[in-house]
Design a protein around this ligand. Structure first.
Ligand code: NAP
Length: 263
C-alpha cells in the first residue's frame, strides 16, 4: 500500500518542495493549500513530474477546514502515514493583532491539524513540525524557560502559556512578563515545546508514531527573501528526513541539518 503524506502550506516555498521530495520517495502526497486555485496549480505541476499528488483545501487557522480535511482523508484513504506541519506566517510589525494571528497559525495551527489527524495516523506514522532557529527558548525569561522546559509539561499548560503571551501583549506587559517582542519567535518556541508534549502523549499510544521538529535554516522563499543562503530543496531536506525516519528513530527532538539543534 502506498504511504500517504499530508503537508500544510504545500502550495509554495518549503512546503511545495517537501511535497516534491516526499512524492519522489514514492509517497502519495495530499498537498494542503488555503487557496484552492493555487493548491491545484501546485499539485498539477508536481503531477506533470510523474508524482502522485492531490490538492486539498486546508486553512490551519480554521477548525472547520481542518475537520473537513480529516473527514475526506478518512473516507478516501482510510489512514495516513505522515503529517508535515509546514504552514506558517512571519508578519511585519509587533502588536496584539500580530501576536494573536501568529500564535494562531504557527502554534495552534499545528496543534489543530495534528490533533484532528492523529486518529487517522497508521502504525509507524511520522509527525513533523517545521520550526525555526528563532524558536530558541533562551529568548524568554528564566522562569518562562523553566515552565516551557518542564519534563512533564502538559498540552493544557502549554496552551495556557501561549494564550498568556497574547493577552500579555494586548495588555502591554509582555516584556515585564518575560516575553521577547517577537510573536514569530514565541510561536516557534511554543511549537518546539508542543513537539515534546505530543511525543510524550504518543509514548503510551502503541502505534510507534514519532513526532519531531525540523528547522530548515534560512531559505530563499517568499518568507525568507531572495538573499537567504539556502534553496528550498536544501530547506526541505531535514523535514523530509524526519518524515521518513526508520523504526526506533528519535522522538520529541528539534533538528537542523539532520542533527539535534544545539539550542
Ligand atoms: P512561505 O513561502 O511564506 O510559505 C508559507 C506557506 O504557508 C504558504 O503555502 C502559505 O499559504 C501557508 N500558510 C500560511 N498561513 C496558512 C494558513 N492559515 N493555513 C494554511 N496554510 C497557510 O514560507 P516558507 O519559507 O516556505 O516557510 C515554511 C515554513 O518554514 C514556515 O513554518 C516557516 O516559519 C518555516 N521557516 C522558514 C524559514 C525561511 O528562511 N524561509 C526559516 C525558518 C523556518 P498561502 O500561499 O495561501 O499564503
Amino acid at each position: 500500500m502506498r504511504r500517504v503524506a499530508v503537508v500544510s502550506g504545500g502550495n509554495r516555498g518549503i512546503g511545495l518542495e517537501i511535497c516534491r521530495q516526499l512524492g519522489r520517495r514514492g509517497l502519495h502526497v495530499v498537498l494542503g493549500s488555503r487557496d484552492e486555485v493555487r493548491g491545484s496549480a501546485a499539485a498539477a505541476a508536481l503531477a506533470e513530474q510523474g508524482l502522485s499528488v492531490e490538492p486539498r483545501r486546508l486553512d490551519v487557522s480554521d477548525e472547520r477546514s481542518v475537520e473537513e480535511l480529516a473527514r475526506t482523508l478518512a473516507a478516501e484513504h482510510g489512514g495516513i502515514d505522515v503529517v508535515v506541519n509546514n504552514a506558517g506566517i512571519a508578519m511585519q510589525g509587533f502588536d496584539a493583532e500580530v501576536a494573536r494571528n501568529t500564535i494562531d497559525v504557527n502554534f495552534f495551527g499545528p496543534l489543530r491539524l495534528t490533533s484532528e489527524l492523529l486518529p487517522l495516523v497508521r502504525p509507524e506514522g511520522r509527525i513533523v513540525m517545521v520550526t525555526s532557529g528563532l524558536g530558541d527558548r533562551r529568548s524568554v525569561s528564566k522562569p518562562l524557560q523553566a515552565q516551557l522546559g518542564k519534563a512533564d509539561l502538559t498540552r493544557d499548560e502549554l496552551v495556557q502559556l501561549m494564550r498568556k503571551f497574547v493577552s500579555d501583549v494586548s495588555a502591554g506587559r509582555h516584556t515585564a512578563e518575560g516575553w521577547p517582542s517577537s510573536a514569530y519567535a514565541v510561536s516557534k518556541i511554543g511549537l518546539n515545546a508542543l513537539t515534546g508534549v505530543l511525543a510524550r502523549e504518543l509514548a503510551g499510544d502503541g502505534r510507534e508514531i514519532l513526532c519531531n521538529a525540523a528547522c530548515p535554516g534560512w531559505v530563499r522563499t517568499d518568507m525568507g527573501g531572495a538573499h537567504a543562503p539556502r534553496s528550498a530543496e536544501e530547506g526541505a531536506e531535514t523535514p523530509v528526513w524526519l518524515a521518513l525516519l526508520p523504526s526506533g528513530g528519535p522522538q520529541g527532538g528539534v533538528f537542523r541539518d539532520k542533527a539535534p539543534a544545539r539550542w
